[in-house]
Design a protein around this ligand. Structure first.
Ligand SMILES: Nc1ccn([C@@H]2O[C@H](COP(=O)(O)OP(=O)(O)OP(=O)(O)O)[C@@H](O)[C@H]2O)c(=O)n1
Ligand SMILES: C[C@](O)(CO)[C@H](O)COP(=O)(O)O
Length: 224
């Protein structure tokens, strides 16, 4: 089955508080997005689709030239939310019977084994969403009090999130809902079962400045 990867990098990175959107910041001396795209290209034969903010496409082209970086990929402009950006990426998937992995451009430490495992399990189950158990205790917050929850009943959800293309195409016909924080929520809303796949604690999402500092420590360290 043909494989596609949609790398969503259409956000502005407001929580990072950086003038340059976080997907272009340097990690181990090269832009975060180069790490992410290279990880997918190294994993398995697939078609790479990169979703970027409209006002950053020329910056991306300049970065590629400056770094003499030539990994084949298609670029499409993103939308107002992650949901809309994924939807734009989906328009470039032409094969009706394929597997699609959607991944945050700002998760550059994703490994080939995590990517391939998600594709393989999506082939078996129709969906495969990387997730990890919680390490901390959690409490539910009410208006005047708070109380403990059983952390074994929860998982932290990551990307890659891989699906049969037919499922994704159907699910993304939905109108946008505010609880669509990832693709799993969109597919579940459309009635599809979500299979959780083994995630990786190192597969962190660069959201705030300390995440980038942590990624600098972890990058290239396969032994941890
Ligand atoms: N309209 C959007 C919003 C987000 N994303 C992408 O979805 C991934 C996860 O989103 P997040 O970490 O929230 O990125 P931002 O939206 O850029 O960050 P913030 O919420 O802090 O503004 C990122 O790779 C981001 O670029 C996207 O493609 N299109
Ligand atoms: C898709 C995601 O990374 C899964 O954990 C997450 O939902 C993205 O959330 P964000 O608020 O857009 O960073």
């Amino acid at each position: 089955m043909k494989r596609y990867a949609i790398i969503v990098a259409g956000g502005s990175g407001s929580r990072m508080n950086s003038e340059i959107p976080k997907q272009f910041l340097l990690l181990a001396n090269k832009p975060v997005l180069f790490h992410t795209l290279e990880a997918f290209a190294a994993a398995a034969p697939l078609e790479l689709i990169l979703v970027l903010p409209e006002n950053q496409i020329s910056y991306w082209e300049r970065l590629r030239q400056d770094y003499n970086w030539h990994l084949p990929h298609q670029v499409v402009t993103g939308g107002d939310t992650r949901f809309h950006s994924v939807k734009k990426g989906l328009e470039l998937v032409s094969d009706p019977d394929s597997l699609i992995a959607v991944h945050d451009g700002v998760r550059p430490l994703v490994t080939a084994s995590l990517i391939n495992n998600c594709f393989e399990e999506a082939g078996l189950f129709g969906s495969a969403v990387a997730a990890v158990p919680l390490k901390d205790s959690i409490r539910a917050i009410g208006p005047t009090s708070n109380g403990p929850l059983d952390r074994e009943a929860f998982r932290l959800v990551q990307t890659p999130q891989a699906f049969r293309s037919e499922w994704m195409k159907k699910a993304f016909l939905a109108d946008y809902q505010p609880f669509f924080t990832d693709c799993a929520s969109v597919l579940e809303y459309a009635g599809f079962d979500i299979h959780l796949s083994k995630g990786d604690y190192k597969n962190l999402k660069i959201t705030t400045p300390e995440d980038l500092a942590l990624a600098e420590v972890l990058v290239g360290r396969s032994e941890v």
